[in-house]
Design a protein around this ligand. Structure first.
Ligand code: LLP
Length: 431
């Protein structure tokens, strides 16, 4: 459930007509609903209320400072995968002590920065990385809190590009190597094993894979116990899916209740790293229809948002719901439309790539100048955007009831080359 709803054929973001947001702030824009985000935060917190826990929002899904600030104020932690994300969390008012740090390729300076900030835990993804963390911790004369991100070889049954828990994926440490590496940690005066971690994939629409993974982590927990290693948390990663089309993922409550049931007799804190489920439905991308054109095969609806603003359809062939900001009646339809007043369009962007599309084969009743909304765009939309084809990053608006806040100004064209230099200017500098 979210707070983007129609009233009298007008799409609203909470109490504001989305069309009016485009009139005021231009197009394209990302629009977020604060109430929706808070609803999702509450859902995760409530679901875990019966056990000690830490919800670590996966910053990669949407790294907007304003959203991170709301999440931090809610008391949540964060899952980061770079120094940049950690710095963002801190800049947004997040507590570094509630941060866990994942990722297969952490640089030495990133590890050092994270340890200096005294983050909660580093999730280690290889034996080499473990040695690197030990080396940095020894130099800083501290004991680094670590968890192994184990790869449980569980099929998340999701799109191959966002599946991470199988042996063919680059992520995590092979399950069969984990116990040996926990012993390495135990023997190292500069490392402390505080947890076991996994993340098996994203957009999971059933709870079964995470249960299978949790059972493997529990087996490892008992093996570590026998080795005299007492960890304080089990981290089940992120991955809970959302409804883009007709998927029926479990609610956070259903998903986590099954995990908690498995962990009820294990004296650990439960961590999770939701990204998508927290923010996807809290955001929409609004875009204006520039031109309509047709040939003998297809109708194209050319909009001003591109794969640079929202790459999911182009990159994964993801289906995202595209709806009008104002619904037109069937009587107000273009020639050739079906009885509902719609024509079938490919909704495409202005970028010079055939894959620059937001949706294919969509039934729409649109005119040039209309505003369309791509729903479920709060996760992996803005955070994956780029300047390709010389297009500035779009503005972002946060709606709270009847108030709208610009939480990111639209990038200016000249901002895109702000850090570049022409060589004659460099030569002059050194002359
Ligand atoms: N934890 C780790 C270690 C991760 O790698 C990820 C996502 C998450 C948590 C959060 O997963 P979520 O709850 O959002 O499923 N760009 C793709 C998704 C890539 C996910 C990468 N890792 C997409 O747009 O579908």
């Amino acid at each position: 459930m979210d707070y983007f709803n129609y009233k009298d054929n007008e799409l609203y973001a909470e109490d504001i007509k989305v069309r009016s947001l485009v009139e005021q702030y231009g197009s394209p824009i990302y629009v977020y609903s604060k109430a929706t985000l808070e609803r999702h935060l509450r859902a995760f917190e409530d679901a875990l209320a019966g056990k000690e826990h830490l919800v670590c929002y996966a910053v990669k899904a949407n790294c907007s400072l304003a959203l991170l600030n709301i999440i931090a104020n809610f008391g949540c932690g964060f899952d980061v995968v770079s120094k940049g994300e950690l710095m963002r969390v801190i800049a947004a008012g997040g507590d570094p002590h509630k941060v866990i740090y994942s990722g297969v390729g952490k640089r030495e300076d990133e590890i050092e920065f994270a340890l200096q900030k005294q983050i909660k835990c580093l999730n280690i993804e290889s034996e080499s990385e473990l040695h690197k963390v030990s080396e940095v911790a020894a130099r800083l004369n501290i004991k680094a809190p670590v968890a192994l991100r184990v790869n449980p070889n569980v099929d998340a049954k999701t799109h191959p590009s966002i599946s991470t828990g199988l042996k063919q994926n680059k992520f995590g440490i092979a399950f069969e190597d984990a116990a040996r590496l926990y012993q390495v940690i135990k023997n190292d005066p500069h490392l402390e094993a505080t947890g076991i971690d996994c993340h098996i994939g994203s957009q999971m629409t059933s709870g079964a894979p995470i249960i299978e993974a949790t059972d493997k982590l529990i087996a490892l927990y008992h093996e570590l116990e026998q080795m005299g290693i007492k960890i304080d948390h089990i981290d089940i990663g992120g991955g809970l899916g959302v409804t883009y089309n007709n998927e029926t993922p479990p609610s956070p409550y259903e998903y986590l209740a099954a995990v908690l049931q498995r962990l009820k007799d294990i004296p650990v804190s439960v961590y999770c790293e939701p990204g998508r489920a927290m923010v996807a439905n809290a955001g929409i991308l609004l875009t204006k229809v520039l031109y309509l054109k047709s040939n003998s095969e297809r109708n194209f609806c050319i909009v001003d948002a591109s794969m640079g603003d929202l790459i999911r359809p182009a990159l994964y062939n993801s289906w995202m719901n595209i709806v009008p900001a104002v619904k037109r009646s069937a009587s107000d339809a273009l020639p050739g439309s079906d009885p509902n007043g719609t024509l079938i369009y490919d909704v495409v962007g202005p970028i010079c790539e055939s894959d620059d599309f937001l949706g294919k084969d969509r039934r729409l009743n649109v005119r040039e100048g209309d505003v369309l909304a791509v729903r479920g765009a709060g996760a992996y939309g803005s955070s994956m955007s780029s300047n390709y084809n010389g297009r500035p990053l779009c503005a972002e608006i946060l709606v709270d009831g009847d108030k709208a806040f610009v939480i990111r100004e639209r990038q200016r064209e000249e901002d895109m080359w702000e850090n570049e230099r022409i060589i004659s200017a460099i030569e002059e500098e050194f002359a």
